[in-house]
Ligand binder design. Structure first.
Ligand SMILES: C[S@@+](CC[C@H](N)C(=O)[O-])C[C@H]1O[C@@H](n2cnc3c(N)ncnc32)[C@H](O)[C@@H]1O
Length: 278
């Protein structure tokens, strides 16, 4: 008897799908041994539907998130923001106010709220589909009492924040067509399209961050490969660059910026990393 996973792996490989074996295994598990269901899943994968949309799940920061069409599938490199935010804050028990701009599935907000036991947060998104998924995820992770979702543009959040995270759309409009079909034909354009030079969202954020940040607050922004111009946009808006942090592949991925008061934090770190910096 043929092994269904091996057979499916060969079909996916023949269609030049890179993670053929892993995909076949995940989809077999999700089909719970029903071969007819498995074959339907493989057919969907062969038409380049992402595995996470077929299963409805994606892991991020070792947490399980609901995902579906209309919401960006969380990427491993975005975990760089969570890791760095925790490093910057030090003390995980304070009652920080968090803001996640372009929350999508809510992965950044939820991962941070899970780690910061007394923090509260707001997730903003212009997409109703994304907010519906984020709302399900907040419920699943037991965080509805510590988080609110706001529908609207980058400027829709009320108040000031100690920690801001944002993974905005940053693909140049002209590059969208060249994206792999899994992404281009399935994930929401509004989560990807950063305008003619990929920097539209950063211009808005540069203008808004000085208003959103508390005096000692910090913002962590994901950037695309080679998007160093974002530093200039932030500095032109009066923000101070504290750090550029690479992802696991060594690509500069996360900018840490703040207001001038943040310089005290930097000075303290240079003195020798003694004690908390906030
Ligand atoms: C790259 S996705 C990031 C999603 C999630 N934070 C993550 O890291 O997986 C960008 C998100 O920004 C949202 N977005 C795009 N333009 C926006 C705008 N003008 N105002 C608010 N949200 C916006 C999109 O709907 C999308 O959910």
């Amino acid at each position: 008897m043929k092994d269904p996973v091996r057979e499916a792996t060969e079909r996916l490989r023949a269609a030049k799908l890179l993670s053929a074996r892993a995909d076949a295994r995940i989809l077999w598990r999700h089909a719970e041994g029903r071969d007819d269901v498995f074959q339907q899943f493989i057919a969907r994968r062969l038409s380049h539907e992402p595995v996470a949309y077929i299963t409805g799940h994606k892991e991020f920061w070792s947490l399980d998130f609901d995902v579906g069409p209309g919401v960006l599938i969380p990427r491993p490199e975005t975990e760089t923001l969570v890791e760095q935010a925790l490093r910057e804050l030090g003390d995980r028990t304070r009652s920080y106010r968090l803001l996640d701009l372009g929350t999508g599935s809510g992965c950044l907000l939820i991962a941070l709220l899970k780690e910061l036991s007394n923090a509260t947060g707001i997730g903003v998104d212009a997409s109703a589909d994304a907010l519906a998924v984020a709302s399900t995820n907040l419920l699943r992770h037991g965080l509805v009492n510590r988080a609110a979702l706001v529908a609207g543009g980058w400027d829709a959040a009320p108040g000031q924040f100690d920690l801001i995270v944002a993974n905005p759309p940053y693909v140049r409009s002209g590059d969208l067509q060249a994206l792999p079909p899994d992404v281009r034909d399935n994930e929401p354009k509004e989560a990807l399209d950063g305008g003619p030079d990929g920097l539209d969202a950063y211009r808005s954020l540069a203008f808004l961050l000085p208003r959103y940040l508390s005096s000692t607050g910090i913002a962590l922004l994901e950037i695309g490969a080679g998007q160093h111009q974002v530093v200039g946009l932030m500095e032109a808006a009066g923000l101070v660059l504290f750090r550029i942090v690479p992802d696991l592949a060594g690509i500069p991925r996360c900018l840490v910026v703040g207001l001038g008061r943040g310089l005290e934090r930097l000075a303290q770190k240079k003195i020798g990393n003694r004690g908390p910096t906030r």
